[in-house]
Design a protein around this ligand. Structure first.
Ligand SMILES: [Zn+2]
Length: 93
């Protein structure tokens, strides 16, 4: 069955909290994530988008990304900015 949770570890956990998953179906993931408030979901979406954008931009640079630890560094870079963002405090679980 075609499920987003089966794509590259998407179903491994909830982007908002640490206490959920892995999700075995898209419906189970949506049922869980739908219990979080809209601001928490918006924050999680914004952070995930920033990570994807940061990686995509780096891939487009000369030399791109050649090792997995470079991706980890990019994620840490985004997480650092996220931790310093004033909006983080406005997005409780
Ligand atoms: Zn959650």
């Amino acid at each position: 069955m075609s499920e987003l949770v089966n794509i590259a570890g998407t179903g491994e956990g909830c982007p908002v909290c640490d206490g959920a998953g892995p999700f075995t179906s898209d419906a189970a993931a949506i049922a869980h994530m739908g219990q979080h408030n809209a601001r928490a979901l918006a924050w999680a979406y914004l952070q995930e988008k920033a990570i994807v954008q940061r990686i995509l931009v780096e891939l487009d640079e000369p030399g791109g990304i050649t090792a997995e630890d470079e991706i980890d560094e990019l994620i840490k870079e985004v997480e650092l900015v996220a931790g310093e963002s004033s909006a983080r405090r406005a997005a409780p679980y």
